[in-house]
Design a protein around this ligand. Sequence first.
Ligand SMILES: Nc1ncnc2c1ncn2[C@@H]1O[C@H](COP(=O)(O)OP(=O)(O)OP(=O)(O)O)[C@@H](O)[C@H]1O
Ligand SMILES: [Mg+2]
Length: 462
Amino acid sequence: MRRLLLLSFLGIVLIALAVSTVPFALFLQSVERDRLLTTLERDAFVLAGRSEEALESLDADDLAPVRDLATDYREAGGARVVIVDTTATVVVTNDSQENRVGISYASRPEFAEALSGVVSTGERYSDTLGITLVYVAVPVFSGPAIVGAVRLTFDRAFIDTEVNRQLTGIGLVALTTLALGALIAIVLSRTLSRGLKELDTAALAMAEGDFAMRARDDVGPAEIRALSRAFNDMASRVGTLVETQRRFASDASHQLRTPITALMLRVGGLRESLKPGAKNLERLDAIDAELSRLNRLIDGLLTLGRAGSQEVTREVIDASEVSRERLESWTSLAEEAGISLTAKIDKGLLVSAVPTAVEQIVDVFLDNALSVSDHGGKIEVSVVAEGAQVVISVSDQGPGMTPEEISRAFDRFWRGSSGYEGTGLGLAVVKQLAEASGAQVSLTSRAAGGILAQVKFNAPHS
Ligand SMILES: Nc1ncnc2c1ncn2[C@@H]1O[C@H](COP(=O)(O)OP(=O)(O)OP(=O)(O)O)[C@@H](O)[C@H]1O
Ligand SMILES: [Mg+2]
């Protein structure tokens, strides 16, 4: 993420640089051209002043110093000079390769203009040289009379070279600035992201139930440190709260169980004191049933509390083995009730689940199925692999449930119209345990009547 941000930042700066380069180059070109023309014009006037006398006399002795001056000027890096008389015939040039003295330049528009008393500047393609020239032509006055003209020319390519040289310099400065900017951005984003990373690690640990984890609050900018401190405060408060709640739950369970066990013992004692067939025996059975329901209620509430607090971690469990064991302990109850309990359990199917999840879920499914089954009913249990999952199914031939009932069945304390005495917590516990185990649980109406209760666990490392 950070790398992406940095790359887009560099990309945007590079595009901005590239886009601004074209107009900037054009601007530089026009500035450079104006600067050159001003210099040329100044030099042309100086040369015009120096050649006034020579042009008046057109004497070779007078022209010689002017030619020397022009040659020196060229050698010092100056422009090409052509001086003409009033007929636009060349009298002096500083071109060492070609002596054009005596040739008429009357056809050149800039000379025509200069000889008419006007300063002429501009660009023109020279057929003679095959290049674009930048020129300045000025008239040479002797008093009010024009005695000739001086023209200075430069190769236009010179301007381009100069502009390129300046652009390269500016480009280097820009790239250095960009590199420095990127460096600062990297350093800044590192410090920023380091603090956030610490916070992220702590938040993840807390999400997994580790309330002792603290984020470092001495790295990153002030805002992130403040955030880390606030997070740590919150973590310690939540930790204390969870611990208090957990302790309360276990204390409450202990406190409640003791009197219930005592009550059950007393009921047992009372039962023994009664004669067989006594009428009050039925009442005692009812009290016993209520007491076991109370016990189950406490168990359910405690399981819900524990599973909700996420203090449990998943482990590898042999679902086949656990299901078979649970089935065995329910068999005698089923037999007594005249209900057939059959099973198809594939061997050695391992699942990833929180401890006791498999047995508790199988228990709740079987408990419900038995509760709704009539004498002669049939309950089928199966444990099979399905792709990377292990599916435990319990199907019964009971009254079944409407879609509306199915959608509410996992709510805490919700009990349907099936008529048996439940606490309404069984399936709520199943849902919590399944969620904590990363499993999916479902109730489906069977076409043949009854309910198919299923839980799908993930195989370990799937
Ligand atoms: N196999 C089933 N067939 C028909 N109804 C069912 C079945 N399983 C559950 N139910 C309905 O869903 C309700 C909720 O079930 P749940 O197991 O959560 O609670 P309970 O069985 O009432 O109480 P307990 O906490 O003792 O299990 C039940 O009261 C029952 O009406
Ligand atoms: Mg139940």
